[in-house]
Design a protein around this ligand. Structure first.
Ligand code: 5GP
Length: 253
């Protein structure tokens, strides 16, 4: 098969030109990075699991009316998506104090927040994705006030739905990061959910034991990273319970 034109390579994904105008192929790599790529590893099967989990989540969100870039999964590692202009923001939604917010504000990790909090970081690897205020977004024109209102409303709706979805399988949604893009429609733009939602971009804790089932296992050297991602996929019903060994799960096309 002739290889498609590669348009972009990120830390965990590659984007290729899609089969039709306005489409892309999103390829999920096994590469894992943390702390602004200072820590790197390859985790066998991670890309396959994230492709499946992100597909599942995007489809569920589409069902509740969230517009997303997801069109269909093409194979074990690739999905067809709508081509968008990415808004240069990492939108973080938090329910429980953890990670950089716990550190920044001196709150103990695990403390329930008084309410869900939406934060913004500027997507700039060279600056370490700094936290920014809505004022910066407006002043520098990274998103219009109308776009930002839509982004916040969609983020809270996504949080609401995903908290329930994960709670249903015994998982606490501690926090997550999402990205949005602008889709060309009839001479204007529609803001839609882009990128991925997976254990790479969420904190997911087992409700009974608080066991981490997300990328913190990699960041904090806790081990069994793909096993934890497999557990998430299994609980969501994406993989059969007692999944076969990962070499079968990851048997790429
Ligand atoms: P924190 O700011 O505490 O490190 O991260 C908050 C949440 O956003 C976590 O669920 C984390 O996984 C996610 N997150 C923050 N920055 C990134 C990023 O650059 N890439 C990915 N995949 N997730 C991120």
């Amino acid at each position: 098969m002739s290889r498609r034109k590669q348009l972009y390579e990120g830390k965990a994904k590659i984007l290729y030109e899609g089969p039709e105008p306005g489409t892309l192929i999103q390829y999920f790599k096994d590469d894992a990075t943390a702390f602004n790529a200072q820590k790197k590893a390859t985790l066998d099967g991670k890309g396959v699991l994230n492709n499946r989990i992100s597909e599942f989540v995007m489809l569920r969100l589409a069902e509740i009316g969230i517009p997303t870039h997801f069109i269909k999964r093409v194979n074990m590692r690739e999905q067809l998506i709508k081509r968008v202009e990415i808004i240069p923001l990492e939108v973080i939604c938090r329910n429980i104090a953890a990670g950089t917010m716990a550190k920044r504000l001196g709150i103990e990790e695990g403390e329930k927040l008084p309410r869900s909090i939406v934060e913004f970081c500027l997507k700039r690897d060279d600056l370490g994705d700094p936290v920014i205020a809505e004022e910066h977004i407006h002043a520098f024109g990274w998103a219009t006030p109308e776009e930002l209102d839509e982004i916040i409303a969609m983020t809270l709706r996504i949080n609401d739905y995903l908290q329930g979805m994960f709670a249903g399988v015994g998982i606490r949604l501690v926090d997550f990061k999402i990205e949005f893009g602008r889709l060309d429609v009839d001479g204007g733009h529609q803001v839609i959910l882009a990128d991925e939602i997976s254990p790479d971009s969420c904190r997911l804790w087992d409700m009974e034991t608080n066991k981490k089932l997300d990328k913190d296992r990699f960041r904090r050297d806790l081990g069994d990273v793909t096993e934890a991602y497999t557990e998430v996929a299994t609980r969501l019903g994406i993989l059969k319970s007692n999944p076969p060994n990962l070499s079968i799960v990851t048997g790429d096309k």
